[in-house]
Write a protein that binds this ligand. Structure first.
Ligand code: HEC
Length: 107
């Protein structure tokens, strides 16, 4: 009995742990981070940034897939979108949460 249960428990523990690691940082507030960091461009259209709330603009960009949008956020895009959107303390997962927030706010 235990010989079956132990490996199963180990797998579950691993799955839960890896899931937690992929989650945004503790107390990370995507809306707050967006306001503080991304809003300067994406709330105003400065530097021709796609504005949050512009449904068509984000619909077209989302056709590339969420992963591509997140990768372009991390790496920057066309010398206009700065790498990591100038957020120095954001993890990759944090940035993904902010991009999701921006998309949700543009539906
Ligand atoms: C200095 C201005 C500026 C800041 C700050 C900024 N962006 Fe951008 N962002 C841009 C511009 C300009 C583009 C359009 C680039 C293009 O399509 O050539 C863009 C594009 C994007 C895209 C679309 C990428 C794609 O593949 O189409 C995403 C997603 C994005 N930004 C997320 C963010 C996030 C998240 C933040 C904050 C953490 C942020 N940006 C901060 C200027 C900015």
């Amino acid at each position: 009995m235990n010989r079956i249960l132990c490996p199963l428990l180990a797998i579950f523990t691993f799955l839960i742990a890896s899931n937690l690691m992929a989650a945004p940082s503790d107390n990370f507030d995507a809306a707050q981070k967006y306001q503080n960091t991304c809003y300067a461009c994406h709330g105003t259209g400065a530097a021709h940034a796609p504005e949050v709330g512009d449904i068509i603009e984000w619909e077209i960009r989302l056709e590339k897939g969420l992963d591509t949008l997140v990768q372009n956020t991390i790496k920057g895009l066309n010398g206009m979108m700065p790498p990591r959107g100038l957020c120095t303390d954001c993890s990759d997962e944090d940035l993904k949460a902010v991009v999701e927030y921006m998309l949700e706010s543009s539906q």
